[in-house]
Write a protein that binds this ligand. Structure first.
Ligand code: ADP
Ligand code: GLC
Length: 488
């Protein structure tokens, strides 16, 4: 049994801004099911502290980091057997807003200090300096917020093995040189091959340079980040470390996302009773106040309104399809210009376009079940979870063939028809998206073909089973590598 400390800045259902939270819950759970001893470490945000109180928690250690007293609480991830540790430091984490930003949507001014302190605690746990009797063999870090953890453990002779998972390379945690100094990091780290990145402190480089192994969330993205186009300026470093970089496609929580039992749905269905999916469509039309029309093809979109997700591409082609009698339900939030554009379009098409701004877990499930087609025109997508949720719900995905989307959605234009489960296009441009939607609409008019694609999607394996085994194989490998280093 390997003891793993899984360090993350968000975890479902406690706190979530994106797919990182989903993976931070479902991967550790899958690893525990495969007999590994995985504990999650999370900052003590208000939602996390509240969950801990209602779930029962134990104060395990009192630490002092710089001027800050820190309490380590141990609890359990709600609805899961996985152990959850919380870094309780009220001045840094007891704040409204989301983990990274205030209520106005600006980054917290002291994010570097907040995630530095978080990393210090993780490193102390990793090195057995936190006064606990549980010491991990492996510390598994995720995204820039945890990038300093491997740096801070690097000098420990008996340090644990380290893995760093890239969920999104374009968020790098960049701060000024002044901040680097304020954190008290040694000058020796201010180098182009360590933490310095074009005159700034880069948290993510800490993870990329100092971890024993790197993973990212799909084989497709693992390839793409080695190139200047999607390498975000770090492709050179990643090519240098290519021998320890592995792409593993994310799994999903197949209990949470199951059309046969989804508690957010009023009606359920499975691959042999697809007619009942129509009922979900009517429920959705009713809920978001679209015309109750059983013929109109219904498109869905859920996601952050940022350039990555290509919401602008969808909005640019949508009027044409709404004019032709399609309907569309959009859920998400983000950049004001995209929110504004979406709302304006909805005003022009009140009976056929619904836009909900904000975060709504229940509506996300109901769109996934109720839509006929699910659109993901992402410019880049490290993995993407929504296309896998859609496949499982018999909702045909239309995706840009990039990153994890190209590893999970297969179009008959690229694979034998029998393997196809959706629609994919090659360039993130309106015309290409438009053509793909047209092909998907054509398919809706051919019930047998549609069912064939749905069946392929709904019977696919999106679970963590095999994918968790790949992580375990990596843990084993780096542990044995470290063992031989320590022995020599
Ligand atoms: P990313 O992490 O880049 O945002 P993913 O596809 O990996 O993209 O994961 C996004 C997750 O967040 C999915 O579970 C999706 O359903 C969920 N999600 C995104 N926006 C919303 C929203 N507005 N309301 C509810 N769930 C959302
Ligand atoms: C990131 C990526 C997304 C991925 C998620 C979970 O937020 O943008 O593609 O699915 O992390 O790994």
């Amino acid at each position: 049994m390997i003891r793993v400390l899984f360090v993350t800045s968000e975890v479902y259902p406690v706190i979530k801004t994106g797919g990182l939270a989903d993976v931070s819950a479902s991967l550790p759970e899958a690893l525990c099911q495969q007999d590994q001893d995985v504990h999650i470490l999370l900052p003590g945000y208000p939602a996390a502290m509240a969950a801990a109180k209602s779930n029962g928690s134990v104060r395990k250690a009192q630490l002092r980091i710089g001027v800050h007293p820190v309490t380590l609480w141990q609890t359990q991830l709600p609805g899961s057997p996985v152990m959850l540790w919380l870094v309780d430091c009220a001045p840094l984490f007891d704040r409204p807003g989301n983990p990274y930003q205030n209520e106005e949507g600006s980054d917290w001014w002291d994010n570097a200090h907040r995630y530095y302190l978080f990393a210090r605690v993780a490193a102390m746990m990793g090195l057995g300096q936190a006064g606990l009797n549980w010491i991990p063999d492996v510390v598994h870090c995720n995204d820039w917020q945890t990038g300093l953890v491997p740096v801070l453990m690097n000098s420990g002779h008996k340090r644990p093995a380290t893995v760093f998972t890239i969920h999104n390379l374009s968020y790098q945690g960049l701060f000024s040189h002044e901040t680097f100094r304020a954190l008290g990091l040694p000058d020796s780290l201010w180098r182009f091959d360590k933490l310095e990145f074009h005159g700034q402190l880069s948290f993510i480089k800490g993870g990329l340079v100092f971890s024993d192994h790197l993973t990212t969330v799909s084989p497709g993205y693992a390839d793409e980040i080695l190139s200047p186009q999607l390498g975000c300026g770090l492709d050179g470093l990643l090519r240098h470390r290519e021998h320890v970089l592995t792409g593993i496609l994310n799994g999903i929580d197949t209990h949470q996302w199951n059309p046969e039992s989804d508690p957010y749905l009023d009606h359920h269905y499975d691959v042999d009773h697809l007619v009942d999916k129509r009922q979900c469509r009517m429920d959705l039309q009713h809920q978001v106040k679209l015309e109750a029309n059983s013929e109109a093809p219904l498109l869905g979109f859920i996601g952050r309104f940022v350039e990555q997700k290509g919401i602008d591409l969808l909005l640019s082609v949508l009027p044409d399809f709404l004019d032709k009698g399609c309907q569309c339900v959009i859920l998400g939030s983000g950049l004001q210009e995209y929110e504004q554009a979406a709302l304006e379009l909805a005003k022009q098409y009140p009976r056929s376009l619904s836009v909900t701004l904000g975060y709504d877990e229940a509506l996300a499930h109901r769109i996934t079940a109720g839509a006929d087609l699910f659109v993901m025109p992402s410019r880049y997508e490290p993995c993407g979870l929504n296309q896998m949720y859609s496949l499982r719900y018999g909702t045909l995905p239309i995706v840009h063939r990039v990153g994890g989307l190209r590893d999970s959605v297969f179009d008959s234009q690229n694979v034998p028809v029998k393997q196809a489960n959706g629609f994919a296009f090659d360039r993130p441009e309106p015309l290409a998206l438009q053509a793909a939607i047209e092909r998907a609409l054509d398919c809706l008019g051919r019930p047998k073909y549609r069912q064939q694609l749905q069946r392929k999607g709904m019977t696919g394996d999106y679970s963590w089973q095999v994918r968790a085994e790949e992580y375990i194989a990596i843990y084993r490998q780096i542990l044995s590598d470290r063992q031989s280093i320590i022995q020599n």
